[in-house]
Structures are given as C-alpha cells and as structure tokens.
Design a protein around this ligand. Structure first.
Ligand code: SF4
Length: 288
C-alpha cells in the first residue's frame, strides 16, 4: 500500500502570511487576540491557542480597550477599524493583499454605481467574514447572492456590478453571470473576476490528483467553504473520496482494499495535519 500527499494542498499564501505574523506576535508578546478563527481549521486554531492565541467574536471585540487585535486574512469591514480607533486597539492587520484589493475595487464600484442608481452584487456565502468585509465597503447596501434563487433581490432594470468572494467556484460564478445577463433589461452589467487564482488553480490540480489515486482522504474543517468546494470537485473525479477532519474520522473498512491512497485538503488545511494522517494510516495498516 502506498500513500501520497497532494503537493498542491495546504495553506494559500494569504493564510501562510497571516499565521506567520501571528506566530511572530505570540513569540514576542506571549498572547494575542484574533477577531474570528485565524483559519477555518479547528486543529490549527487549537495549535495556535496553545501558543497564546485568544480567538474573540465581534461582541467581545467591541468591549476591548487598549490592546492589540489581529485581523485575519479574510479582512474586516470599515466599522471594525472605527471601533479599534475609538477603543485605542492596535490592529495587527493580516488581511490578504488580494482581499484588500478586492475591498478597494468594491468600494470604487459602489461609488460608481451610486452615481447611476446602480447596484453592487456580491456572489458569496452570506455571513462569511470576507463577504461581510466586502459588503461593509458599500455602506452595507450590496446584495449578497449565494444561489440563483437570491437573484430575486436584484432589480434587472438598474445597472449592476458583480464581484465574487475570492474562494467561490468559477463555474458557479459564470453561471450566475449568465443568468443575470439573460434577465437584465438594459445589458448594463459590469463583471469583476475576483476569484483567487490560487483557488482556481487548485480546482484544476485536485481533479488530476484524484484521478491518479485509488481513493482520497480529503482533510478539511467542516466550516471551510473552500474545503467543501474542493471536496466536491475531488469526489466528482474519484467517487472514493472521503471527507475527514482528523484521524478519528478515517473509516479503515472503506480504504483497506486500496493500493494507492491519496491525501489532499483545502487552502485552510495545514500540511502537518496531512502528514499526521499519513503516519497514522501507515501505522494502522502495519499493525494489521
Ligand atoms: S484564498 Fe486567495 S484571496 Fe483568499 S486568503 Fe488565500 S490567497 Fe488570499
């Protein structure tokens, strides 16, 4: 039996640099608040909490004064920075540069749409931190669309500019754009391609990886949008794909007949966790 870890799996550069900045602060200060989970992976959050990370929610954040708080790669809306200023909170800003650029683009698009009574549409997951940060650039006026059904909220007689959450599926985004174009009365539809290249390239490479192994242990936190998306793609290419978050989720009955086992994961899955799973599977089969 052979196990191979997908070389393309693991953290994207946005998450790598956020965690690097966090680790540096923790080594220096001993502890640091982070607004929301630094990464959508409980195992990695736990590791960093053992180093001194304190994950807080928005309510706790608004009550803090005179301290340091990290903003994670997903970014935050302007309101968060206003609270920080009022409460003398020093921000350690780990917003991914690509998300930061998208925030600026959405803000600019909002100003332009306002002049022509248009709308800003964000294709993304409602309540996702990155989407909240993007909607915040539009005075909370942007329309969030998760599926075709949500297009009910769009006025097809008014101009619109659509952006996507960086981790969305390209085919789904293209489908939504196609539906909008088919319904729009004046054709005044502006589209920004804002899907992260790292995510779209991963989508291509994961299919190839899945086709070249007998089964895939797909490692991700259940709260990762990117994880769910890549898992579905993997399953389309290899029906023997199993979603796991840690070693206890592995069903050895299901994988025992396979000669080539692949391990892959989301852009929020740490490499150390995939290696831990590899070691665990080897050990388990050696003792049988
Ligand atoms: S997925 Fe892309 S845009 Fe999102 S944090 Fe990672 S590198 Fe940045």
């Amino acid at each position: 039996m052979n196990i191979v870890i997908d070389k393309e799996a693991g953290f994207c550069f946005g998450v790598v640099s956020a965690i690097k900045a966090l680790e540096e602060e923790l080594l220096k200060e001993g502890n640091l608040y982070c607004l929301g989970d630094i990464v959508h992976n409980n195992m990695e959050v736990e590791r960093l909490e053992n180093m001194g990370l304190k994950t807080i929610d928005n309510e706790t954040f608004s009550k803090l004064h005179n301290c340091k708080v990290m903003i994670r790669a997903h970014g935050e809306p302007p309101h968060t920075y206003e609270i920080a200023k009022q409460n003398n909170i020093e921000i350690v800003d780990a917003t991914c540069p690509m998300v930061l650029k998208l925030q600026k683009d959405v803000k600019q698009g909002y100003e332009q749409m306002k002049k022509i009574s248009g709308q800003v549409v964000i294709f993304g997951k409602k309540g996702h931190a990155e989407v909240v940060g993007l909607v915040g650039q539009t005075n909370n006026e942007a329309i969030v669309v998760s599926s075709e059904k949500d297009l009910e909220k769009v006025d097809f007689e008014k101009p619109l500019h659509i952006y996507s959450q960086t981790t969305k599926n390209r085919e789904d985004y293209e489908h939504i754009i196609q539906v909008i174009n088919s319904k729009h009365k004046t054709g005044e539809v502006y589209v920004t391609d804002s899907i992260c290249r790292k995510v779209s390239l991963r989508a291509k490479s994961i299919g190839m990886f899945a086709e070249n192994v007998d089964c895939v242990l797909f490692v991700s936190g259940a709260n990762s949008s990117n994880g769910m998306y890549l898992y579905e793609l993997c399953k389309q290419k290899n029906a023997n794909t199993f979603f796991i978050s840690d070693v206890e989720d592995i069903d050895f009955e299901k994988i025992k007949g396979f000669a080539n086992i692949g391990i892959s994961g989301a852009t929020s899955t740490p490499m150390w966790l995939m290696k831990k799973i590899e070691d665990y599977v080897y050990r388990e089969f050696e003792t049988k």
